[in-house]
Design a protein around this ligand. Structure first.
Ligand SMILES: NC(=O)c1ccc[n+]([C@@H]2O[C@H](COP(=O)([O-])OP(=O)(O)OC[C@H]3O[C@@H](n4cnc5c(N)ncnc54)[C@H](O)[C@@H]3O)[C@@H](O)[C@H]2O)c1
Length: 342
C-alpha cells in the first residue's frame, strides 16, 4: 500500500501515469492535484475513479503553499509533473512558465522538506530540454545544461532547484529527464498529435525549418514503466540520482511527419515547410545507460508500434480533441521579424 501524490495528473504524461498506476495497483491511494489549465482535462482522469476510495482529485495550484503542505502531508511518494510545457508558447508569453515551473517546484519542494519524515521519495519530472542541442552522439546526464528556450530555462531552474534541496537538505529526490514523449491524451499543440489530426482533417502537415531537427521519441507508456520502477526501487539506488529516460535513437521531425502520412495515407495532406522555431534544439539523443544499469529499465515500444497506437487513439477520440483545435497553431514572431503561425 502506497500513497502517491501526482501534481499535473490531468495533463498528458500525468494522466497516462495515473491511469497506469490506478489500473496496476488498485490498493494504492492516488491523489492528483491539477489546476486544469488549457493543457489539463478532467476527462483524462481514470474512468470510474471519482467516488473511489483510492482516488482523490484536487483542483488546485502547485504554487499554493498551504494546499501543497496539506497534500504532501498525506503522501509517501510525490511525483511532480505540473508545469507549463509548450516550448513555442514560452517564446511569446513566458512569465507563467517561470511562476509555475520554478516557483511551483519550490513550493512543492518546500512541502516535501517540511514532511521529510513521512515522504519516502520525491520524483521530479524535469526534461531533456535542459540540455539544449546535443554536443555528443548520445547525451548522458553529465551533458552540459544549455537550455535554448524560456520553457527549457524554467525547467532547468526547477531541475537545479531540486538538486540544491537534495544537496542542502538531503531531501529524497530523484530527478528524471524524459526525452520527447508521444502517445494518447497529448495536447494538440504538440507535433505528433498535430500531424495526426492534420491527416484526419486532410490539412497540410506544417514542419519547422527544413524539418531536420531531430528528437528522441519515447512512447508515454514506456515512461510510465520507468516511473513505476523508480517508485519501487530500493531508495538507496535512486536517491539523489538524475536519470535520463529515452530510446537512444532519434528521428527528425520531417521523418515523423512522413511516417505518420505513410501510415495514415491521407488523400490530400501534404508536408509544408514553415519558418524555423527560434531557439530550436537541433538534435536530442538519449543515453539511458544509467537507469538501465541501476534498474534494468529499457524502452520496450518500437516507434512504429507506439505511433500506430497513438494514431488509433486520435482516430477514436475526436470528441476529446475537437475542443483543442484552436491551439494547434499559435502566432510567433520569427528571428527575421515575421509573424508566423507555428
Ligand atoms: N511531453 C513531453 O514530451 C515531455 C518531455 C519531457 C518532460 N516533460 C515534463 O513532464 C511533465 C508533464 O508534461 P506533459 O507533456 O504531460 O504536460 P501537459 O502540459 O500536458 O500537462 C501539464 C499539467 O499540469 C497542470 N498544471 C499547469 N500549471 C499548474 C499549476 N500551477 N498547478 C497545478 N497544475 C498545473 C496542467 O493543468 C496540466 O494538466 C512536465 O513537467 C513537462 O515539463 C514533458
Amino acid at each position: 500500500m502506497k500513497r502517491i501524490l501526482v501534481t499535473g495528473g490531468a495533463g498528458f504524461i500525468g494522466s497516462n501515469l495515473v491511469r497506469y498506476l490506478y489500473r496496476k495497483y488498485p490498493e494504492y491511494k492516488i491523489i492528483v492535484v491539477d489546476a486544469l489549465t488549457y493543457a489539463g482535462s478532467i476527462q483524462n482522469c481514470p474512468e470510474n475513479a471519482f467516488g473511489s476510495s483510492t482516488y482523490e482529485f484536487w483542483y488546485g495550484d502547485v504554487r499554493n503553499g498551504e494546499l501543497m503542505d496539506t497534500l504532501v502531508a498525506q503522501a509517501d511518494i510525490v511525483i511532480h509533473m505540473a508545469a507549463e510545457s509548450h516550448v513555442t508558447r514560452s517564446i511569446y508569453d513566458n512569465r507563467l512558465f517561470f511562476e509555475t515551473d520554478v516557483l511551483g517546484t519550490q513550493t512543492v519542494a518546500n512541502a516535501v522538506l517540511k514532511h521529510a519524515k513521512t515522504v519516502e521519495r520525491f520524483i521530479h519530472i524535469s526534461t531533456s530540454e535542459v540540455y539544449g542541442t546535443a554536443l555528443s552522439g548520445q547525451m548522458d546526464e553529465d551533458h552540459q545544461l544549455n537550455p535554448m528556450s524560456p520553457y527549457a530555462a524554467a525547467k532547468c531552474g526547477a531541475d537545479r532547484l531540486v538538486y540544491s534541496y537534495w544537496a542542502t537538505y538531503d531531501i529524497p529526490s530523484v530527478i528524471v529527464r524524459p526525452f520527447n514523449n508521444y502517445g494518447p491524451s497529448q495536447h494538440l499543440e504538440k507535433a505528433v498529435p498535430r500531424f495526426i489530426t492534420s491527416c484526419i482533417l486532410e490539412e497540410p502537415l506544417t514542419v519547422h525549418g527544413d524539418g531536420s531537427a531531430a528528437r528522441d521519441w519515447l512512447f508515454v507508456e514506456d515512461h510510465c514503466q520507468a516511473l513505476d520502477q523508480i517508485i519501487h526501487a530500493p531508495l538507496d539506488l535512486v536517491r539523489g540520482q538524475v536519470l535520463n529516460i529515452g530510446t537512444g535513437e532519434h528521428l527528425t521531425v520531417l521523418e515523423i511527419a512522413e511516417a505518420i502520412r505513410e501510415i495514415m495515407q491521407p488523400a490530400k495532406s501534404q508536408i509544408e515547410l514553415i519558418g524555423d522555431r527560434p531557439g530550436q534544439v537541433f538534435r536530442h539523443t538519449c543515453d539511458y545507460s544509467r537507469i538501465h544499469k541501476l534498474l534494468d529499465w529499457k524502452p520496450s515500444t518500437p516507434f512504429r508500434e507506439g505511433i500506430v497506437k497513438t494514431i488509433e487513439y486520435f482516430r477514436q477520440n475526436r470528441e476529446w480533441w475537437q475542443s483543442q483545435m484552436w491551439m494547434r497553431h499559435i502566432p510567433i514572431i520569427t528571428a527575421a521579424g515575421k509573424k508566423e503561425m507555428h
